[in-house]
Ligand binder design. Structure first.
Ligand code: ADP
Ligand code: MG
Length: 355
């Protein structure tokens, strides 16, 4: 996966309320997700790639060809928007055939190709169905088949799961990944759902106010977030100021100042994921003595959310708030939790300085 298929070089685009500034590339066959809050410019990135929007400056290149000023139909991209934009007066087969005809596929190849595409998206047998007779997920499948029928160099998906219920969202995100793997088509996938992106992407681009905050593998983004923004956008975080170290660090008194000095700078923030914390939520069981290094003794529980497979417990420790996951509903109104030093990320001025 090293051949570059898409390049967005020094792209700038200014709107009254958004300044886009981008530089990234995508390799052949990758599935790259773009995540970020609403209005961070995600859809605009897709429009720049597809040619619905022209940049003020910079270059878009697809498959080695600069396409910055080419119209959208000359770019060999296919877009699926969240409303799917199917042709309502055509049935399933005709929707797919439309894209095949654009490609001037021979008549004899048409039926087998339609069959292959519908099979790929799990819509076999739906050939003669009208659009109005399709469930929401079937419409998405058809939109994907129609997009793939144009044999695009790059498939662009803009929040395609937005209209589906949570169960279908879960199913379809995995199917999108399967379809991507089977078809091998390079895919840029916009979503505001971090779990979707983490679960199916080769790499993720995190956008903030029109800029790329971080690009990396899902593991990079989640485990080694480069900024506080990416850390908090991709999951629950504990963010504590340096002072907390002074109160909670568990090392012998003689070592204390050395460890503090070596490990953390004043004004820095410490960041760690709730799932990395060690918690004692079993009544009667002692808290492990040998670790962790920072311990929050008897933090007062202020909220306990049941998430199905676990509880997310929010607790007050001095003036700080900590979040931990527990298997059981805490038996008392306090909880003791700790974190090991090697699980702590250190941030200065919003940027990661050590992990
Ligand atoms: P996202 O998909 O992340 O929600 P968008 O790419 O749709 O974000 O747009 C982000 C912002 O860019 C919009 O809120 C708007 O301020 C600005 N914007 C996008 N397109 C236009 C446009 N055609 N004219 C003016 N402003 C625009
Ligand atoms: Mg959008």
């Amino acid at each position: 996966m090293s051949d570059t298929i898409l390049q967005c070089r020094n792209i700038k685009k200014t709107y009254p309320r958004l300044s886009l500034d981008l530089d990234f590339s995508v390799s052949q066959g990758e599935l790259v997700s773009i995540i970020g809050p609403s209005d961070s410019g995600k859809s605009t990135v897709l429009k720049l790639i597809a040619g619905f929007v022209n940049p003020d400056s910079g270059i878009v290149a697809i498959d080695g060809q600069v396409v910055t000023h080419l119209p959208t139909e000359k770019r060999n991209t296919a877009v699926v928007f969240h409303d799917y934009a199917l042709f309502p007066h055509m049935n399933v087969e005709q929707n797919v055939a439309y894209s095949l005809k654009q490609r001037k596929i021979a008549k004899d190849d048409m039926i087998p190709e339609i069959r292959r595409l519908l099979e790929l998206v799990n819509l076999s047998g739906f050939e003669k169905r009208g659009i109005e007779d399709l469930a929401a997920d079937e419409k998405l499948r058809l939109a994907l088949a129609r997009a793939l029928a144009s044999d695009p160099c790059i498939l662009l998906l803009d929040e395609p799961l937005m209209l589906l219920d949570s169960k279908k969202r879960f199913e379809l995100r995995n199917e999108i990944r399967q379809i991507h793997l089977k078809s091998g088509v390079t895919t840029v996938y916009v979503t505001n759902d971090k779990e979707e992106a983490l679960s199916i992407s080769d790499r993720i681009i995190v956008m903030k106010n029109g800029k790329i905050d971080q690009i990396g593998t899902p593991e990079d983004i989640y485990r080694r977030p480069g900024t506080e923004f990416t850390a908090t956008f991709t999951g629950e975080c504990n963010i504590l100021p340096y002072d907390v170290i002074l109160k909670t660090l568990r090392v012998p008194e003689t070592e204390r100042s050395k460890v503090i000095y070596q490990c953390f700078g004043p004004d820095h923030k410490l960041l760690f994921r709730p799932e990395d914390m060690v918690v004692n939520d079993m009544p009667g069981l002692p808290f492990p003595e040998f670790f962790p290094h920072l311990r929050f003794e008897n933090a007062k529980i202020i909220r306990c959310e049941y998430l199905g497979k676990e509880y997310l417990v929010t607790a007050q420790y001095d003036e700080f708030i900590i979040k931990v996951y527990t298997v059981y509903r805490p038996a008392s109104d306090c909880i003791t939790a700790g974190i090991r030093m090697n699980k702590i990320l250190e941030f200065n001025d919003g940027r990661l300085i050590r992990h």
